[in-house]
Design a protein around this ligand. Structure first.
Ligand SMILES: [Zn+2]
Length: 213
């Protein structure tokens, strides 16, 4: 992990630095967006430490090789009955926020992607349309995902859309899970985990959680 070099600009921003993180945090909130690329995703477990809930990366969800997932001790404990250890999975979409006209990283859940993926599989060019995503908290669909009529981008929005395409989703996800989502960096065998490394990863994750983007 990098160290601070005094008086040097730190590389903390995402892409061109304009990628605001947007999430629908409450029931009734909605957003209209144009997708600028396929989403990335990452998984976390939430553990209680010192009376505080704290995220730890899920080795299984974050496996680089989907067909050969890494084992995860927290997932094993969840399957053994510790319900609180269910992993949460975030999907991060690079997008243009059509109302604000800004490039954003939209932080949401798999269901939103599933709806878009379903339409793409029917031949819809999902990047050509705007999408209205509403947090309705209905069952079974927690989010309502609606494809809107084609509405061309004006010059300013086309420029912001190009910026959205350049946002670095992987880098954002690396900042959330504390290490690169690449094969070499993922500890595959639990017996190889050393406690010092674990606590180092943990403290980095905690720090990153509070890092302003
Ligand atoms: Zn897990």
């Amino acid at each position: 992990m990098p160290r601070v070099i005094p008086n040097t600009k730190l590389n903390l921003s995402i892409g061109n630095g304009n990628g605001e993180i947007v999430a629908l945090k409450m029931k009734g909130q909605s957003i209209t967006l144009r997708l600028a690329g396929y989403p990335g995703y990452y998984g976390q477990h939430w553990i209680i430490e010192g009376g505080k809930k704290k995220p730890v990366p899920c080795a299984r969800v974050n496996s680089p090789d989907i067909s050969n997932p890494n084992p995860c001790d927290y997932c094993d404990r969840f399957l053994a009955g510790e319900d609180d250890l269910k992993p949460t999975v975030s999907f991060i979409f690079p997008a243009l926020d059509r109302k604000s006209g800004k490039p954003i990283l939209f932080d949401t859940r798999q269901q939103v992607w599933k709806e878009m993926e379903n339409q793409e599989s029917k031949g819809i060019r999902i990047f050509d349309y705007d999408w209205l995503v509403e947090r309705t908290e209905n069952k079974p669909k927690y989010y309502e995902v609606t494809r809107l009529e084609k509405d061309p981008l004006d010059t300013a929005q086309a420029k912001a859309y190009a910026e959205a395409k350049a946002l670095d989703v992987d880098k954002f996800i690396e900042s959330k899970i504390g290490f690169k989502k690449s094969k070499e960096d993922i500890v595959i065998d639990d017996s190889l985990i050393d406690e010092n490394l674990l606590s180092e990863i943990d403290s980095q994750v905690e720090e990153k959680e509070e890092m302003p983007f």
